[in-house]
Design a protein around this ligand. Structure first.
Ligand code: IMP
Ligand code: MG
Length: 189
């Protein structure tokens, strides 16, 4: 048995993902040409996306990390907790590009953006791998996004369910039997 057995259908293949990232990387390269900026990868979910994305941006940039979790039940996002911040000099006066796996309700990016502005960032923009606009509860639009997804819980390419499936190279929908009560767990990130 492998993780592949738990997938109902593949939404984005590896090849489609990289084509989408190429497109966004070109937009980012045009936008930040001649300007200093720092990519802030939001852990854990964005680590796979961020590492593919930055390798397609051929202009100077710096990399920083921030860890956030929303402790919710199973597939719903709950209270935002920021567990780890970049250092003060990585934030103050900097142009930051927040990179996240998925923009869902919007609470994570909205909360992080507010916190970084409060800590003295010069500018905070956002770039998400997936955008699920149907579920938005906070008025927030990503400045850059690779794909819009339907209102469906997805895993793979960094996205988890109960901490697993982040290592799948594609984005897929889980089989319904996986969402049984015995599979439920807390943190996502
Ligand atoms: P938001 O705060 O509701 O926008 O949620 C953002 C976080 O919720 C993401 O960084 C993910 O960790 C998690 N999330 C939301 N939708 C999904 C999904 O479909 N699959 C896996 N994680 C998700
Ligand atoms: Mg997450």
């Amino acid at each position: 048995m492998t993780l592949h057995n738990d997938i109902e259908r593949v939404l984005y293949s590896e090849k489609e993902i990289l084509a989408g990232i190429d497109r966004v990387a070109a937009e980012l390269t045009r936008t930040y040409q001649g300007r200093d900026f720092t990519v802030v990868s939001i852990l854990k979910g964005s680590c796979v996306f961020a590492s593919d994305l930055i390798r397609r941006i051929p202009i100077p940039l710096e990399l920083a990390f921030l860890a956030a979790s929303s402790y919710g039940e199973g597939t719903t996002s709950g209270e935002l907790e920021i567990n780890f911040f970049p250092s003060g000099n990585e934030i103050e006066g900097r142009n930051l590009l927040l990179v996240d796996d998925i923009l869902d309700t919007g609470r994570t990016l909205h909360g992080i953006k507010g916190e970084l502005m409060k800590r003295g960032a010069r500018e905070v923009r956002s770039c998400v791998f997936l955008d699920k606009p149907a579920r938005r509860t906070v008025p927030l639009t990503a400045d850059f996004r690779c794909f819009e997804v339907e209102n469906l819980f997805v895993v793979g390419y960094g996205l988890d369910y109960a901490g697993r499936y982040r290592n799948l190279p594609y984005v897929g929908a889980l089989k319904s039997e996986i969402f049984a009560p015995s599979h439920r767990a807390g943190a996502s990130g």
